[in-house]
Design a protein. Structure first.
Length: 367
């Protein structure tokens, strides 16, 4: 019982460290912004940093905790982005209170992406490894290409849908086209802020960490460790795989809603929602440590900010970025390297504490 209590206390402390780390980062960045120490480019990256961190947390649930390789995370993000932006443009005249409208848009983005995750998961979760990766990658590409041919408008008679062009919608003169095919959605209010991004990141962390440490989370991890053994003791493999994929998709949809409201226009382009986006998020998860939720957040923040911080030395920017990637990969994959850093960090921390202790003692003696 004492051992279980110690393990519980350790888990609570680890979770608290993760939450405090995010809050401290928010306080520091807000202080720097208020002091005018951040340029416009860095300020513009604050919301994207939150978006990519949330995406890394969501993907780590599938890849790190469940143990299945999914490359469709950009597709779920795209679904959430378009669902939330469509809702905002649809009700912006009827719901004028921005916080309420934006909250509902985020919930709808997460809900629609979660439903897509459930629908995709039912037929494909019997697959694993490379096969699952290929199917989820195909899903992301299908969603992106379908949205590029989708036209949706609204008039006094309701909604009109077409996959041909705007003329085929057959709307009244008072009609407004909301989704414009390859042009996507324009005119979405920019309601996303760094503070809201931090709040959504904390919510994502809370959901995933609570799930991982729950009874359902232990069942999910058992499937990752040994599927046959888990099935032999009565664990419903399909149920828990669907749970993990649905929650992961919903969180990615929440990130998509934040993304959609950070820009005035939204288009389903390859640069924004293609397979390269899914690969980039996977890189964050791998470099942060597969199954390490806090590590994936740190990796997303570091790798998003580094290119901007190195802009002044543009000639060597990608070289330094590549070196950082290699170093992070070595540190996260090599047990000896991690042990060396932890040991020496502890020694450095002890030295710093001794210095401050001596300083306090000297000040007391002087007084």
């Amino acid at each position: 019982m004492d051992e279980m209590g110690k393990k519980f206390d350790k888990t609570v402390k680890n979770n608290a460290v993760t939450y405090i780390m995010v809050i401290v980062a928010w306080l520091v960045m807000m202080a720097l912004q208020q002091a005018g120490m951040l340029n416009s480019s860095t300020t513009g990256l604050l919301v994207p940093v939150c978006i990519y961190s949330i995406m890394a947390v969501s993907l780590n649930l599938t890849v790190g905790i469940l143990g299945d390789l999914s490359l469709g995370q950009a597709g779920f993000m795209c679904v959430g982005a378009f669902a939330s932006a469509f809702f905002t443009n649809l009700v912006q005249d009827s719901i004028t209170f921005t916080p309420l409208r934006f909250t509902l848009a985020i919930l709808i983005g997460a809900l629609v992406a979660g439903v897509f995750g459930l629908l995709i998961g039912i037929p494909v979760l019997r697959l694993s490894g490379d096969y699952l990766a290929i199917v989820t990658l195909a899903f992301g590409e299908i969603i992106k290409n379908f949205l590029n041919i989708l036209y949706v408008g609204k008039d006094s008679h309701g909604l009109h849908v077409s996959i041909k062009d705007t003329m085929s919608l057959g709307m009244e003169p008072d009609g407004v086209v909301i989704i414009k095919g390859a042009q996507g959605i324009t005119g979405t209010s920019r309601d996303a802020t760094f503070t809201i991004g931090i709040i959504l990141l904390l919510i994502s962390l809370f959901i995933v960490l609570r799930l991982v440490q729950s009874r359902d989370g232990r069942a999910i991890r058992s499937i990752r460790d040994n599927r046959i053994a888990a099935e032999s003791i009565g664990i419903n493999i399909t149920k828990y795989k669907l749970l993990a994929l649905t929650v992961s998709a919903a969180i990615a949809g929440m990130a998509g809603a934040l993304y959609a409201h950070n820009y005035n226009s939204l288009a389903a382009t390859s640069a924004k929602f293609g397979y390269n986006m899914s690969i980039m998020i996977l890189v964050y998860v791998v470099l942060g440590g597969i199954g390490n939720i806090r590590g994936s957040v740190i990796a997303a923040v570091v790798l998003t900010l580094i290119p901007e911080l190195l802009r002044s030395i543009n000639s060597y920017r990608m070289l330094i970025y590549s070196i950082v990637l290699i170093v992070m990969m070595i540190l996260t994959s090599n047990e000896k390297a991690r042990t060396f850093i932890v040991t020496n960090f502890g020694k450095l921390k002890g030295m710093v504490l001794k210095i401050f202790k001596r300083k306090d003692t000297a000040e007391k003696e002087v007084k």
